[in-house]
Design a protein around this ligand. Structure first.
Ligand code: XIL
Length: 368
């Protein structure tokens, strides 16, 4: 081997080594034309806060370049009692994700669930006044957005304000302020951090009527000269429904309004459903054995294959829209930590995510 040859061999070796062991070049995220994200559970955030090194945290760092807290940055945990903010867990999480160079998203500023009772109600449970709610919204949103300024790239400002039939959800926010509660939320968030991305987020985007109303919200905010960066599609879907086309239509519709889109909470349930596609967290269905066909943690290979193919089809669609898609985020790391094990039926064994119960990437993730 002459000198030139041995240098190029060395260079090739160095490149190969970097590809095999480099912190940023070995995981699923490296094969994606958009950011690949994951929701981080309270248990995982607790490990982060206590400086524990775990297999789950390693898997997250290797395979994902975007994160969001599954629960820790909702209204209830951040301001459980009016005027008492608790940022400890969220701070540990955000510092960790920033240190590891992952895009950190905030979820969520205003949502009718995991909302402490004091936010919209008086001492006797009656709806509070318009002025009181605006005051509380402004205080919560500005305190939280300011606290994470420069550390969180963007926020889900409003979550789930629209029903499947295209009407506005009769949440307390809506009952007190009408649809303009959305506009106020975006205004307060923007005033607190003008550089922060502001998103509207919802489930059930197979409904064209729901999507029309969301598009009209985007138009309304834009016509007032207000900032809205994008629409998040939660994408809690099932192995047999909805159609990919219905979500592709949603993406096209929102992009035509001049905003970006993101897939924000993807999971694919393989279990039987008698309640359709709702992701409304208050839905409750009683446990029955029939609803839990694979309780021992082993999914029959043919069902796993079908699941892999369904994921691959959806990712092929996402790739076609890569120029408009900011990120694709899965709602949890492994099957064992998925919220779907307890939603809407408690105590089931679902298989909706990319990592198995024994913490291995499912083999078909290579084809995404
Ligand atoms: C879910 C969490 O995953 C659960 O742990 C929690 O008990 C309820 O909320 N839509 C959303 C998410 O926007 O915040 C919800 O997360 C799932 C539906």
């Amino acid at each position: 081997m002459n000198k030139k040859q041995s240098i190029s061999t060395l260079t090739a070796l160095a490149v190969a080594t970097t590809m095999a062991f480099g912190a940023n070049s070995t995981g699923l995220k490296d094969n994606m034309p958009f950011k690949l994200g994951v929701a981080v559970s309270n248990a995982q955030i607790n490990d982060i806060a206590n400086g524990r090194k775990t297999q789950a945290l390693d898997l997250i760092k290797r395979n994902f370049n975007q994160v969001v807290a599954e629960n820790a940055m909702k209204d209830q945990p951040l301001q459980p009692i009016e005027g008492h903010f608790d940022f400890d867990a969220a701070d540990a999480f955000v510092d960790w994700s920033n240190k590891n160079g992952m895009k950190t998203m905030g979820h969520v500023l205003l949502w009718h669930s995991q909302l402490p009772g004091w936010f919209t109600r008086g001492d006797n449970g009656e709806l509070c006044s318009r002025e009181k709610l605006l005051d509380r919204m402004e205080n919560h949103i500005k305190t939280v957005v300011t606290h994470f300024k420069g550390r969180v790239a963007g926020w889900d400002v409003v979550n789930e304000a629209v029903e499947g039939d295209g009407s506005y959800r009769r949440s307390d926010f809506y009952k007190i302020l009408g649809e303009e509660f959305i506009d106020y939320a975006f205004k307060f968030a923007h005033e607190a951090d003008p550089d922060c991305e502001l998103w509207y987020n919802d489930y059930g985007n197979e409904s064209a009527k729901k999507n029309e109303t969301i598009a009209s919200i985007v138009r309304r905010l834009k016509s007032k000269g207000m900032r809205i960066d994008g629409v998040g599609l939660q994408t809690h879907i099932r192995i047999d429904s909805p159609s990919i086309e219905s979500y592709e239509n949603a993406i096209n519709l929102f992009v035509a309004e001049g905003v970006k889109v993101a897939i924000t909470e993807m999971d694919i349930s393989v279990l039987p459903s008698a309640w359709g596609l709702t992701a409304e967290v208050s839905t409750k269905v009683e446990y029955r054995e029939k609803l839990n066909p694979w309780p021992d943690g082993n999914l029959p290979p043919e069902v796993d294959k079908q699941l892999g193919e369904r994921y691959a089809e959806w990712f092929r669609m996402f790739r076609r829209h890569a120029a408009s898609i900011d990120r694709v985020t899965v709602w949890g790391l492994s099957d064992s930590s998925s919220w779907l094990n307890d939603f809407p039926v408690p105590g089931r064994t679902d298989y909706p995510l990319l990592v198995t119960r024994d913490m291995k990437l499912k083999p078909w993730t290579k084809s995404l």
